[in-house]
Design a protein around this ligand. Structure first.
Ligand code: PLP
Length: 399
């Protein structure tokens, strides 16, 4: 069967492909230390599961409003008010099957052929493909480590054209863990105020997985004059270990939200009713789980950053949020394995880690960061420690 052009333009997510390769190797009986996983290794909190069970027993098992149950939308509005002082009406909030679907629908609702979307690199793997799938043109803007992997006002300004529809800002970011300070957001906002035709999609899925002192701000709160142009997206997947429940949300201009709802009404009808009940309980219930897991992530982050720093030739920036490290392996590009194979790029380096020491990571080029690789520290300290020892040994074997 012939597939549509829009499908041929895109590729499956590299993290899904990496997970598949790990499964294959495990199937061959190998013990793989898997640092590719983009989801918490914790179970969903019990009170959230209990809310879902109650919803099932109470018969909340039917279609819900397209844009989510009033209870969940109120919970989302409450979170955004409490966290950022942002006020959204009911008509400005939509709920979808994960932040991923909400972002996809926002692009589908707004892009015509040739419209441009500015994507700062390193980026979450899905943005460029989602833009391509919706007929848009991703405009990749390199944000080197020297700039903290962040978009600067100068780079933003020179990336904007008359065709720019969106700028994507992921903070804290995957794969770098970099987060914009209020001052940095304000400086980007000044540029955006000069370009009223540009909207900003903020992806704040890691907002609660936050390690630094001080606030982790949202662009819409930092610059209220942009609030009618910012579409804020978030979800419960990462914060509450709910990746499989598939609930994400978006808040922003009512016209955009209405367009997204129209698309949703003709595609999925609504997100899962039971998952929505669970997500409302997660957002409004006790938040101890979040504090406890962030403390654990912080300890794992510190351990892993130190082990990487102690490995000759590898280095990484300490992330402010999220659960990933982006490790610079450029000193090893051009070296040879004991079998005489030349490491041409980060993909070869990642393959060397997997084939020689059974450590799975994702190569940086998948995130627009060639010469780097991504480690997820959403796994136990024992696994992280053993994996780092193996990475050190794999590096030492290159000459
Ligand atoms: N945005 C970023 C930056 C992510 O890393 C992910 C998941 O990996 C998502 C969005 C998707 O989250 P959800 O599970 O809500 O679709």
């Amino acid at each position: 069967m012939d597939t549509a052009e829009r499908v041929r333009r895109i590729k499956p997510s590299p993290s899904t492909a990496a997970a598949q390769r790990v499964r294959e190797l495990k199937g061959q009986g190998l013990t793989i230390l898997d640092l590719t996983v983009g989801e918490p290794d914790f179970d969903t909190p019990d009170h959230v599961k209990a809310a879902a069970i109650r919803a099932i027993e109470a018969g909340e098992t039917k279609y819900t409003p397209v844009n989510g149950t009033p209870r969940l939308r109120a919970a989302i509005a409450g979170k955004l008010r409490q966290r950022h002082g942002l006020e959204y009406t009911d008509r400005q909030i939509t709920v979808g099957g994960g932040a991923k679907q909400v972002i996809f629908l926002a692009l589908a609702a707004t892009l015509d052929a040739g419209d441009e979307v500015v994507v700062p690199a390193p980026y979450w793997v899905s943005y460029p493909d989602m833009v391509l799938a919706n007929d848009g043109t991703p405009v990749i803007v390199d944000c080197p480590e020297a700039d903290g992997f962040k978009l600067t006002p100068g780079r933003l300004r020179s990336s904007l054209t008359e065709r720019t529809r969106w700028v994507v800002l992921n903070t804290p970011g995957n794969p770098t863990g970099a987060a914009y300070t209020p001052g940095e957001l304000q400086a980007l906002a000044e540029v955006l105020l000069d370009h009223p035709h540009v909207r900003v999609l903020t992806d704040e899925i890691y907002d609660e997985i936050w390690y630094d002192d001080g606030d982790n701000p949202s662009l819409a709160a930092v610059e209220p004059r942009l609030s009618d142009r910012v579409f804020l997206t978030n979800g419960v997947s990462k914060t509450y270990a709910m990746t499989g429940w598939r609930i994400g949300y978006g808040a922003g201009p009512a016209d955009l939200v209405t367009a997204i709802n129209t698309l949703q009404s003709q595609s999925s009808s609504c997100p899962s009713s039971v998952s929505q009940a669970a997500a409302a309980a997660a957002l409004t219930g006790p938040q101890d789980f979040v504090r406890e897991t962030v403390d654990l992530y912080r300890a794992r982050r510190d351990t892993t950053v130190k082990l990487i720093a102690d490995t000759p030739g590898l280095s990484c920036t300490t992330p402010s949020g999220g659960f990933y490290l982006l490790v610079d392996c450029r000193p090893y590009i051009g070296k040879f394995t004991p079998a005489g194979v030349r490491i041409e790029n980060d993909e070869d380096f990642a393959r060397h880690l997997l084939e020689s020491r059974q450590v799975a990571v994702i190569h940086g080029a998948a995130y627009g960061a060639p010469g780097y690789f991504r480690i997820s520290f959403a796994t136990s300290t024992d696994i992280l420690t053993e994996a780092c020892a193996r990475i050190t040994a794999a590096c030492a074997s290159l000459s």
